[in-house]
Design a binder for this molecule. Structure first.
Ligand code: ATP
Ligand code: RIB
Length: 347
């Protein structure tokens, strides 16, 4: 890929996991042993899934113009090797993925309850992910493109321990880069860190937990009551309020995903207008595994923004993309390619 023709760079700093997935009709009680329906291994980790989603959801003809790079760690085991190969196969630059000697690759043990709409339960052993702590020199190398005409996005989640450091480093050293933050799994952050975030993407639980970090108890109680009365309008009001508490200067966008219900956003342009998008209705027996639905959604949004599309069309595209992911088993491998989503949107 020639640097001269690049007009966007998307960097994903985050986890790289090997997913060990057991599919079962319903989970056993404590002390109970059950036979599962099947077992599969998949490529995963929120960081890797979001990188794969971003890359797969860029149209084939645009791929040379958008550089996608991953920063993270794997261990020196066969899982790590397979994951690195998978990233490369999906045209993701891995110059900043370290292979750590004597360390295990991160592993996620996942139980998918097939009779419960493909709901999952996940246990992560971070392994090499826990050592993702880039130094200043490594940040300089990762974010070495300083040409302001090149649009840049960074995607962060919380399966690696460096979120706050990365946000602070970028805010100080690369203020033009758009920071997209997905607080999953949730950790408390001080409000001055939220002020440095340009796009916040949260599910229902994370939305309330972020609100808990940023709002006074009394105000949060009011939102919970509004949500109990009218889920969509309540979460929309919450998104509008959270938006005032993140960076007001750049994209200033809050997206809340509501699983099979849909998703909504609040942006500078939308102001107080309700921007809700219904999820694609999928028959219950077709929902196989929801693992990676949120990651697909987020990757779709960022790839669409990098292509210069509006937030409305990005949301629609993300809904279609994630509706395809939940109909297959696994995480990264089930993320559709741009052309499949475009076809579905046309039909
Ligand atoms: P996960 O942790 O399972 O990856 P999440 O909790 O981060 O997901 P969700 O809000 O559950 O995020 O889902 C993200 C998006 O995926 C939704 O906005 C929706 O578009 C799509 N989606 C999820 N579940 C379903 C479903 N059962 N049917 C259709 N679309 C779905
Ligand atoms: O978001 C889904 C991912 O969460 C899985 O792939 C698993 O690795 C966990 O990190």
């Amino acid at each position: 890929m020639e640097d001269e023709i690049i007009n966007s760079v998307i960097t994903i700093v985050g986890s790289i996991n090997y997913d060990l997935v057991t599919y079962i009709s319903s989970i056993p009680d404590a002390g109970e042993t059950k036979q599962s329906n099947s077992f599969e291994t998949h490529f995963g980790g929120k960081g890797l899934n979001q990188a794969i989603s971003t890359s797969k959801l860029i149209p084939r003809l645009e791929k040379t113009r958008i550089k996608i790079q991953m920063c993270g760690n794997v261990g020196d085991d066969s899982f790590g090797m397979d994951l690195e190969k998978y990233l490369v196969k999906n045209t993701i630059n891995i110059e900043n993925v370290k292979n750590l000697t004597g360390t295990n690759t991160g592993v996620a043990v996942i139980i998918v309850e097939e009779d419960s709409n493909g709901e999952n339960r996940i246990l992560i052993t971070p392994g090499a992910n826990a050592k993702t702590l880039p130094t200043n020199e490594e940040y300089e190398k990762l974010f070495n493109i300083t040409d302001k005409d090149i649009k840049q996005y960074v995607i962060l989640q919380n399966e690696t321990p460096n979120t706050v450091e990365t946000i602070n480093w970028l805010h100080t050293n690369r203020p033009n880069i758009n920071i997209i933050y997905n607080p999953s799994p949730f950790i408390d952050l001080p409000s001055e860190i939220y002020k440095k975030i340009d796009v916040l993407v949260v599910n229902e639980t994370e939305a309330l937990m972020s609100a808990n970090d940023m709002l006074k108890d009394e105000k949060l109680r009011d939102f919970k009551e509004e949500i109990a009365k009218d889920k969509i309008s309540g979460f929309h009001k919450l998104a509008t309020t959270l938006r005032q508490l993140i960076n007001l200067d750049k994209l200033n966008l809050v997206i809340i995903t509501l699983g099979s219900t849909g998703s909504l956003y609040s942006s500078k342009e939308s102001g107080d207008d309700l921007k809700f998008f219904k999820s694609n209705k999928i028959p219950k027996d077709k929902v196989k595994d929801t693992t990676g639905a949120g990651d697909t959604f987020l990757g779709a949004i960022v790839s669409q923004l990098s292509l210069g599309n509006s937030i409305d069309s990005a949301m629609k595209f993300a809904i279609y993309a994630s509706s395809l992911t939940v109909q297959k088993k696994g995480a990264a491998e089930t993320i559709p390619v741009y052309e499949d989503v475009a076809k579905l949107l046309k039909d």
